[in-house]
Design a protein. Structure first.
Length: 292
């Protein structure tokens, strides 16, 4: 897209390309700055919590949505983008999330919320990163509601579970909520339900194939006991071979080098009258010994 700071508007959504740091509002370009350090982590945690909800549709991050031919908005998180395909989305998400930090243009934020509501978005959550932890809920046709720390957010028909405010900020809280959501996708209400099912299966399998109920743990099946010894027991290193068990060729090479060391080099040259190339090429049998 042509730089809107130097080129006059109005612009159309087809003039924007993926990666352009701009949104469009009635043809006017609005600069969208990169996310600050204080909002990078909460953006990711919020997307994780919303995307793992058992009922939630697909969640997108900074997804461009062409609301009209001259208006294109990209919420920080959009819940319900529809099928993924190249280009801009054309359907307003039922739930949008915006993270507001230092330097937020409040007038432009309100204009963005109004345009999303007009296109069909039902809820817009504004997570405030400055000041006390709070989320402003903008529901279409309703007055704004502020939800503080210790409370939860709901979106009936879009999310199955209520979202705790802390899960949109804290890493550990987001992980706990995401784990609960993933377990519910597999038919378990919580981690305790998984543990309870495991204990029940263990009680049923015990009398049939495992140790009897009430028996001490030392009564184990032979295969399981052998597997435990093989895995837990330390490995024994092989003992080194003794010197007298070395192969015969190595034994002869060692003694031949010893005989060559006992024969003086000058005496070997003088007797053989040959240039010394390699000690292994010089015979040592019959040479006179060194006189001391």
């Amino acid at each position: 897209m042509t730089n809107p700071k130097t080129a006059p508007g109005p612009f159309r959504t087809h003039q924007l390309s993926s990666g352009d740091p701009y949104e469009l509002s009635r043809g006017h370009a609005i600069y969208a700055a990169p996310t600050g350090h204080d909002g990078a982590g909460p953006n990711l945690r919020g997307g994780l919590v919303l995307d793992t909800d058992p009922l939630a549709p697909a969640v997108g991050v900074d997804a461009g949505i062409a609301l009209t031919p001259d208006t294109m908005r990209a919420p920080d998180l959009a819940v319900g983008l529809g099928p993924e395909r190249p280009g801009w989305g054309t359907t307003a998400p039922p739930l949008a999330v915006e993270y507001a930090s230092v330097g937020q243009d409040e007038a432009e934020l309100q204009q963005k919320i109004t345009e999303l509501h007009a296109a069909g978005t039902r809820w817009v959550w504004v997570v405030r990163l400055v000041g006390p932890r709070r989320v402003e809920v903008y529901e279409k046709g309703m007055a704004v509601k502020v939800v503080g720390s210790g409370q939860s957010l709901t979106a009936p028909g879009v999310l199955r579970n209520a979202v705790a405010i802390e899960a949109l900020y804290d890493r550990e809280a987001a992980h706990e909520v995401a784990l609960r959501n993933l377990l519910q996708r597999r038919g378990y209400e919580s981690l305790d339900a998984v543990r309870s099912e495991g204990r029940e299966e263990g009680r049923e399998e015990g009398p049939r194939g495992g140790r009897p109920l009430g028996a001490p743990r030392r009564h184990r099946r032979p295969r399981l006991d052998a597997l435990r010894r093989a895995v837990v027991a330390p490995r024994r290193l092989p003992r080194p071979r003794p010197a007298h068990r070395l192969d015969r060729a190595r034994h002869h090479r060692r003694h031949r080098r010893r005989r060559l060391r006992l024969t003086p080099l000058r005496l070997r040259r003088r007797t053989l009258r040959l240039p010394l190339r390699h000690p292994s090429l010089i015979p040592t049998r019959g040479l006179p010994r060194r006189v001391t």
